[in-house]
Design a protein around this ligand. Structure first.
Ligand SMILES: Cc1cc2nc3c(=O)[nH]c(=O)nc-3n(C[C@H](O)[C@H](O)[C@H](O)COP(=O)(O)OP(=O)(O)OC[C@H]3O[C@@H](n4cnc5c(N)ncnc54)[C@H](O)[C@@H]3O)c2cc1C
Length: 385
């Protein structure tokens, strides 16, 4: 059954390579093309694979999802704009959203009609998220929100965001108790998005300013003042087997591409090159097998829980290794890159340069390596604080 499904996915993706390409422009995402491609995936029954059918999903098994991720790693797909929605917000709404919220938000998320972002971090609150100061003041049957968020990935494309706000006093132990998660329309009056350019030349994340933004009461995810539980659930999904799976597939695609690029340069016979590629392959396979194990245990009723932090640490390390090996083996091609339109040597300089530049971010985004090590030490190994 899963093998039939795998074959169907490969056949469909091969037939729709052209549509996938239209989701990219000049090495980055073309949002309209990406939305169109996501709509095609949905029509083909290839979105929300493990979600319940009542919420627009396909009701399939984790093994189907894994087969899908493995096949998609072989293709360049413009699905990045939908990952926050599909892998973090969607599962959180399935877990703690109201029926009305699930009906309203999940189907358009699956169809690629609504892109989501996560408005958590602030200039004074990253690892220590409970220090956040964006305030949601009660106003009639809703809230008025004022604050400043930062590092909000893809906010410039987003239609909707999950927004962490302070509704309680924030004093002492009430820090965690007084938080509320809200859904905000990114085009609501008072929301301003300002892109931040990163060192790879991309505008991936943004600052978001909220000035007296009105949000209705029906937009609370989970409990009012109980947003800590909602955000912990969302971060667990981000670091979970599903998140690890997604990232591992993306990295597996890069590893394969690097092996091909090296082979094309006729240096694959050198012992030092072979050694580095073998090291990369082994680490990639180890992560792959670890995630397969987490999958199987999840299916058997033992969710990954905090072990998602182990997976996140592993893929952060793998991304850095990919960057090191890429720099060593491709040399100047990685640093001296021209825009795609100005190169004529057939080498995808921009792709490799960006691979190296963004590698460090895996160990920061979604909770830094130090924070993951703290979780592993204290909650998995039972070490003292
Ligand atoms: C590519 C990328 C995308 C991102 N996307 C989003 C997004 O979409 N939405 C969003 O809200 N945020 C996003 N972020 C922000 C990210 O969640 C934060 O950068 C991260 O949580 C760290 O917070 P900080 O930057 O404030 O660093 P800080 O928390 O100030 O940490 C600084 C340093 O101190 C260390 N440190 C802090 N506390 C501890 C501790 N208790 N023990 C040990 N070491 C500690 C950290 O590990 C780090 O090395 C993104 C970040 C990146 C890089």
């Amino acid at each position: 059954m899963v093998e039939d499904f795998r074959a169907r996915v490969r056949e469909w993706l091969t037939a729709h390579r052209g549509a996938a390409r239209e989701g990219f422009a000049h090495g980055d995402i073309d949002v309209a093309g990406a939305r169109h491609f996501q709509g095609l995936l949905h029509k083909a029954g290839l979105t929300g694979l493990c979600w319940p059918t009542g919420s627009g999903g396909q009701g399939l098994s984790e093994q189907h999802q894994r087969a899908f991720d493995e096949v998609t790693a072989e293709f360049d797909l413009p699905t990045e704009p939908f990952t926050i929605g599909l892998t973090m917000v969607g599962p959180t709404l399935l877990e703690m959203g109201t029926p009305a919220q699930r009906d309203r938000y999940l189907p358009p998320m699956l169809r690629g009609e609504e892109i989501w972002c996560q408005l958590l971090s602030e200039p004074g609150a990253g690892s220590d998220l409970a220090a956040l100061s964006t305030r949601a003041e009660p106003d009639g049957d809703g809230f008025v929100v004022t604050g400043h968020k930062v590092w909000t990935s893809r906010a410039q494309w987003a239609d909707l965001g999950v927004l962490m706000t302070r509704t309680g006093s924030g004093a002492g132990t009430a820090r965690h108790a007084g938080l509320t998660m809200l859904v905000v329309d990114m085009d609501a009056p008072g929301v301003t998005v300002r892109p931040i350019r990163d060192m790879a030349g991309r505008e991936v994340f943004n600052e978001v300013f909220l000035d007296d933004v009105r949000i209705p009461a029906g937009r609370v995810v989970g409990e009012r003042d109980g947003g800590w539980a909602a955000v912990m659930a969302m971060l667990a999904h981000e670091r979970s087997a599903g998140g690890a799976q997604l990232r591992a597939s993306a990295t597996a695609g890069v590893v394969r591409r690097l092996i091909d690029a090296v082979a094309a340069r006729d240096v694959g016979h050198r012992p030092e090159v072979r050694q580095r590629l073998a090291e990369l392959y082994v680490r990639d396979r180890a992560l792959e097998l670890f995630r397969a194990r987490l999958d199987q245990e999840t299916v058997a009723g033992r969710p990954a829980g905090q072990r998602g932090s182990v997976a996140k640490l592993a893929w952060g390390g793998l991304d850095r290794l990919v960057a090191d090996v890429t720099s060593e083996l491709l040399g100047p091609d990685v640093v001296a890159w021209l825009p795609e339109s100005e190169q004529d040597d057939g080498v995808d300089h921009e792709h490799w340069a960006r691979t190296v530049c963004v590698a460090l971010s895996t160990g920061i985004a979604g909770g830094t390596d130090e924070i993951q090590r703290g979780i592993v030490g204290e909650r998995l190994l039972g070490l003292p604080r």
